[in-house]
Design a binder for this molecule. Structure first.
Ligand SMILES: C[S@@+](CC[C@H](N)C(=O)[O-])C[C@H]1O[C@@H](n2cnc3c(N)ncnc32)[C@H](O)[C@@H]1O
Length: 209
């Protein structure tokens, strides 16, 4: 495992209870995210393939939301403590330890992939490989909803995220990387930050060509 993945895993292992408590209301106080996740779920249902991965699922709250939206959702995360929490909190759902770099999922198996702020800690140079891995597990026509911190300017910006260093991304650059993996972005939502961090929140919906 790369050093930065090890650092991310250790960092999230150490903040499970605090992190889970921040998102305990699921999406009640996050109307924009709720709108995008609901739209994503509707489009995945329309493909007829309900199997959906919540990548970097953390405490599993969004996996549960996807399940409530009638998807056959499961969660994967690098952090063993997050996975243990998710299993305790949602005993009827499936959660496994896994790295986004090597997903334990067959080729073309999924109707949907949710990656909600789960690639923010990935060094920019490694993002194309992660997106290619996500494209690998999606069936043709499958959907991805990716959320991240957006920034102006031409390049991603490294910043001191409270848990472990992270990157904010120019939205067009992120969409280009998705396109490079065969994922065509067809909807974007940008909104003022939910936190005091200052970056816009960005949600991109893309479909595997
Ligand atoms: C900012 S949290 C987001 C959690 C959840 N998706 C949410 O929106 O609340 C990032 C999560 O991604 C996980 N993560 C980061 N890098 C990962 C990787 N390479 N493979 C799998 N999980 C990863 C972390 O362990 C953490 O739980």
């Amino acid at each position: 495992m790369a050093e930065h993945q090890d650092r991310t895993r250790t960092a999230y292992d150490g903040v499970v209870e605090l992190y889970a408590s921040m998102f305990a209301d699921r999406l009640e106080t996050r109307p924009f995210t709720r709108a995008m996740v609901t739209t994503f779920a509707e489009l995945v249902r329309a493909t007829g393939n309900l199997r959906t991965a919540d990548l970097g699922c953390g405490p599993g709250h969004l996996t549960a939301v996807l399940h409530d939206l009638e998807l056959d959702a499961f969660g994967l995360d690098l952090s063993p403590a997050m996975v243990a929490h998710a299993r305790r909190a949602h005993p009827s759902l499936r959660f496994d330890e896994a790295r986004m770099e090597a997903l334990p999922v067959e080729d073309r198996a999924l109707g949907g992939v949710l990656a909600h702020y789960s690639m923010i800690h990935t060094p920019p140079g490694e993002l194309p490989a992660l997106l290619a891995e996500q494209a690998r597990v999606l069936a043709p026509g499958g959907l991805i909803l990716v959320s991240f911190f957006a920034t102006d300017g031409p390049e991603p910006v490294r910043f001191d995220h409270k848990v472990t260093p992270a990157y904010s991304w120019p939205v067009d650059r992120f969409a280009e990387l998705l396109a490079g993996a065969g994922l065509a972005t067809f909807a974007r939502l940008l909104h003022d930050p939910a936190s005091e961090r200052g970056f816009l929140d960005a949600h991109l919906l893309a479909r595997l060509q």
